[in-house]
Design a protein around this ligand. Structure first.
Ligand SMILES: O=C(O)CCC(=O)C(=O)O
Ligand SMILES: [Fe+2]
Length: 196
């Protein structure tokens, strides 16, 4: 694989700028936007039922049910073009993926709060490949112990690889950017184990 444009925290975070070129990224964005059955889920926040501040969709192999916010989500099947993308990504990063969480941020008021992707089903040291499409958005990391910080601007076609230790030691978030009036789509490719 070609070298990352930027690597940080002992190779735990690798950014590949324009992993897809602008034309490829735009075609993919349009298909995902128009063809996927995007859903807005409810979540419990401090015991209150709220709508998530974004749309999302869980896609994966048949046995990849995913426990999220207290509920099992069944995977939607792979559209052929997403399966092809997953396979290209597996080749490039030499890691298997069997699922992808897609997030659709309608504008800069949609966001994702601080978290680590540390669900049991991902194992103790997951490798997660995150592809960004559409509007550029800030993406933040903070260290769990010393509050060290990192910030990236993730643009159309960029791929961020979060390596094994990044979920154990860091949290990440996508803050609001109220100036942003147009959508962004993010795909996080993962390897999900079944717990049965
Ligand atoms: O939208 C993003 O860039 C990140 C999404 C994310 O952190 C996640 O799906 O776990
Ligand atoms: Fe995440």
């Amino acid at each position: 694989m070609e070298p990352a444009t930027h690597s940080d925290i002992n190779q735990q975070l690798l950014v590949y700028r324009a992993w897809l070129n602008a034309g490829e990224a735009t075609r993919l964005f349009q298909r995902l936007q128009n063809e996927l059955p995007w859903q807005q889920h409810h979540i419990q926040v401090f015991g209150k039922r709220c709508l998530e501040p974004r749309l999302s969709l869980w896609v994966g192999d048949e046995d990849c049910a995913y426990r999220y916010s207290g509920r099992w989500r069944e995977p939607s099947p792979w559209p052929d073009y997403l399966l092809a993308l997953k396979q290209a990504l597996e080749q490039r990063v030499q890691q298997p993926f069997n699922s992808v969480l897609l997030n659709y941020y309608r504008d800069g008021a949609d966001y994702m709060g601080w978290h680590s992707d540390n669900e049991k089903q991902l194992g103790s040291a997951p490798v997660i490949a995150s592809l960004s499409l559409g509007e550029a958005r800030r993406f933040l990391f903070r260290h769990k112990l010393n509050n060290e910080r990192r910030e990236y601007l993730l643009e159309h076609g960029d791929m961020l690889l979060m390596n094994q230790l990044s979920q154990q030691q860091w949290q990440h978030s996508l803050p609001k950017m109220l100036k942003v009036k147009r959508p962004r789509i993010n795909l996080t490719f993962r390897y999900t184990m079944s717990l049965s």
